[in-house]
Design a protein around this ligand. Structure first.
Ligand SMILES: Nc1ccn([C@@H]2O[C@H](COP(=O)(O)O)[C@@H](O)[C@H]2O)c(=O)n1
Ligand SMILES: C[C@@]1(CO)OP(=O)(O)OP(=O)(O)OC[C@H]1O
Length: 173
């Protein structure tokens, strides 16, 4: 039986505190006029959490395993590029991707008006449906103080490799 596998990913990035902050890239979109997130790459916490959930579901490590900050080629890399690469790695490991669901916690950007646009960009990158939702933390904690964003993601993948039979049906009654 081909049972699906779930995965989880969490990513946190602080807003850039520089006087002239980097632009904000989140959920694969550029948010004009919004303070950017700091990071070795473009800081797209939504795309990173989605990629991490894929690696988790396939059991092939995590973001640091594949795109570590010691890799200069990923300096400034786009989250969309990392998600596309993560999907390629997971497929090369013998999995198909069912879907990815991401929720971020933060006051800004006001996400829902651009949800469809973001989901289309991330879905194209992953080659599988990606849904994104947002919530505030009701003013509490670092997202509530506009210091940063947390993104949580789950992913579902299915192995395309023949499964070895195991468990109850191999046991004597
Ligand atoms: N950055 C955000 C945060 C929230 N939303 C939308 O607002 C709804 C209500 O948020 P609460 O935290 O007050 O429950 C939420 O369900 C989102 O639809 C948003 O668009 N952008
Ligand atoms: C994506 C990578 C690599 O550029 O850098 P960051 O942008 O700092 O992002 P993080 O979510 O901390 O994950 C680690 C790295 O793999």
């Amino acid at each position: 039986m081909m049972l699906p596998r779930t995965g989880i990913g969490v990513d946190i990035h602080a807003f850039d505190s520089a006087e002239n902050p980097a632009p904000l890239w989140l959920a694969g979109l550029l948010w004009e006029g919004e303070r950017g997130l700091s990071g070795h790459s473009d800081g797209d916490a939504v795309a990173h959490a989605a990629a991490d959930a894929l690696f988790s579901a396939a059991g092939v490590g995590d973001l640091g395993t594949h795109f570590g900050t010691d890799r200069p080629e990923y300096a400034g890399a786009s989250g969309v590029k990392l998600l596309g690469e993560a999907a390629r790695i997971v497929r090369a490991a013998g999995f198909e991707i069912g879907n990815i669901a991401v929720q971020f916690v933060g006051n800004r950007p006001k996400f829902s008006p651009r949800r469809q646009e973001a989901e289309a960009v991330l879905t194209a990158a992953a080659g599988a449906p990606v849904s994104v939702s947002a919530t505030t933390s009701d003013g509490l904690g670092f997202p509530g103080r506009n210091e940063g964003i947390t993104a949580y993601a789950t992913a579902l993948v299915v192995s395309l490799a023949p499964q070895e039979s195991a468990g109850r049906d191999t046991l004597e009654p």
